[in-house]
Design a protein around this ligand. Structure first.
Ligand code: NAD
Ligand code: UD1
Length: 349
């Protein structure tokens, strides 16, 4: 039996897939989520897929008292911290909500972790912290800047983690910078379930394909890219989930190392990209989805979306060298698994 991990936001899209990967890797999991952007049904389905009840506690990361009860009841090796709000447009309209939830919530979590001497954290950061990149592919040393409150909240948490690591060298704080997570579990049982009309490309494409939305608007065809449409590094959510297992394995190896020459038991602040290293254009993704599903996807070109950048893809070398992790699944598999989830669950959970 491996260590026990607290998974904040574990009922959400990436968290639910990661719970399965953690279980398969032998970890004990406790999910803590306030269900503000997820449903209990995701927990039920994960329980079904792992063939045992998933330990779930409904609670908010801003509630220190509730968190202490969780830490009193379990001895954690570390925390994977997914809990956060993630809609860029909403963050512009409600910045205080985003800073309160994502920044204050993380501070409260870190304070409780410190009280209980649990100092291993894997944080959900985003490629959005790179802003409009000067060079491609983007490596972890690239300058960081953000233009919206959501991005700022991720960048601010990164700064907090950096300061914390300097203040106390016993912390290991891995910041995983996700590129564009897409896809779903191959069972079709769990996947991304946007509350409203999707903002992101892949769920929009799949909802047009299933007939819930009429037509895809492609935001801009005049970018300096292969076909004029935006280029992104789409990564299958199950590959991403596996990246979290690799990050935890890495921390476990460090802490269990007995070699006298290898004194480092913590990593301080460690940012790592999780991407495939390959760029795919919006049009290429639409064409791949059409090919996989055999269905027509009506689309039109419209103007650029404010705040969008032309191209964004990762250098995935650091994850490979340090964690031994790399993304294995293709764009066709991302489309096939998205489509299985969407067609089996046209109305989500
Ligand atoms: P999601 O909304 O599906 O999952 C987040 C979960 O956190 C939800 O279940 C929600 O109910 C929970 N939550 C939110 N605020 C909470 C709080 N105060 N207390 C307890 N639970 C709370 O989002 P996701 O796509 O799974 O993203 C997970 C994390 O990864 C987020 O932090 C997000 O910002 C980050 N991220 C996501 C993407 C992406 O494209 N999906 C890209 C980069 C980074
Ligand atoms: C967006 C966010 C980013 C966040 C990420 C994951 C913005 C500016 N950026 O990234 O901060 O971390 O989601 O939640 O919102 N597209 C269309 N039509 C659509 C939707 C998207 O053409 O209906 C295009 C976009 O212009 C872009 C590409 O598809 O070129 C990918 O868009 P999206 O899925 O929203 O991701 P990002 O913009 O990369």
């Amino acid at each position: 039996m491996k260590n026990t991990i607290l998974v904040t936001g574990g009922a959400g899209y990436i968290g639910s897939h990661t719970c399965i990967a953690l279980h398969q890797a032998g970890y004990e999991i406790v999910v803590y989520d306030n269900l503000s952007n997820s449903s209990r049904e995701a927990i039920n389905r994960v329980s079904h897929l792992i063939d045992q009840p998933l330990t779930f506690i409904e609670g908010d990361i801003r509630d220190a008292k509730a968190l202490r009860q969780v830490f009193d009841a379990h001895q954690f090796f570390g925390v994977i911290h997914f809990a956060g709000l993630k809609a860029v447009g909403e963050s512009v309209a409600k910045p205080l909500l985003y800073y309160n939830n994502n920044v204050s919530g993380t501070i409260t979590l870190l304070e409780v972790m410190a009280e209980y001497d649990v100092k291993n954290l894997v944080f959900s950061s985003s490629a959005t912290v790179y802003g409009d990149p000067e060079t491609l592919p983007i490596d972890e040393t690239a300058p960081r800047s953000c233009t919206n409150p959501y991005g700022q909240s991720k960048l601010t948490v990164e700064h907090i983690l950096e300061d914390l690591a300097v203040s106390d060298t016993s912390w290991s704080l891995i910041s995983l910078r996700y590129f564009n997570p897409v896809g779903a579990h191959p069972s079709g049982q769990i996947g991304e379930d946007p509350n409203d009309i999707p903002n992101n490309l892949m769920p929009y494409i799949s909802q047009v394909t299933v007939g819930k939305l009429e037509k895809l608007s492609i935001f801009g065809n005049d970018y300096p890219t292969v076909d004029g449409t935006g280029v992104r590094d789409f990564i299958h959510v199950t590959d991403l989930a596996q990246g979290h297992v690799s990050a935890l394995n890495y921390l476990e190896q460090l802490t269990s190392s007995r070699s006298p020459s290898d004194m480092a038991k913590s990593v301080g602040f460690l940012p790592i990209n999780l991407g495939t290293g390959k760029g795919t254009s919006v049009l290429e993704l639409v064409n791949a989805f059409t090919e996989v599903t055999g269905r027509d996807i009506p689309y039109q070109f419209t103007g650029r979306r404010a705040g969008d950048i032309a191209s964004c893809y990762a250098s995935a070398d650091k994850a490979k060298v340090l964690l031994g992790w790399y993304a294995k699944l293709s764009v066709a598999e991302m489309c096939a698994d998205t489509w299985r989830w969407q067609s089996m669950n046209p109305n989500g959970y």
